[in-house]
Design a protein around this ligand. Structure first.
Ligand SMILES: [Zn+2]
Length: 68
């Protein structure tokens, strides 16, 4: 199974948007205005939240179900 990772898309010059996506959820996109260090950190936090909400929960429930 593929590991979920944040992938930040390269921004064409002049494009003010910083776009990132989850490597295994192509429909999940994070968009911020401004390709600056703070926004890259913020995007990482948004992705961590997605990881916990979507992938973290999946992993936990699987662990619980193997016990039973
Ligand atoms: Zn994902």
């Amino acid at each position: 199974m593929k590991k979920a990772e944040l992938s930040i898309k390269p921004v064409p010059s002049g494009d003010p948007f910083l776009k990132g996506t989850c490597s295994i959820c192509p429909n999940v996109t994070f968009v911020l205005v401004g390709d600056i260090a703070e926004n890259r950190q913020l995007m990482q936090q948004m992705f961590d939240k997605h990881l916990n909400e979507v992938h973290g929960r999946e992993r936990q429930s699987r662990r619980e179900s193997t016990k039973a």
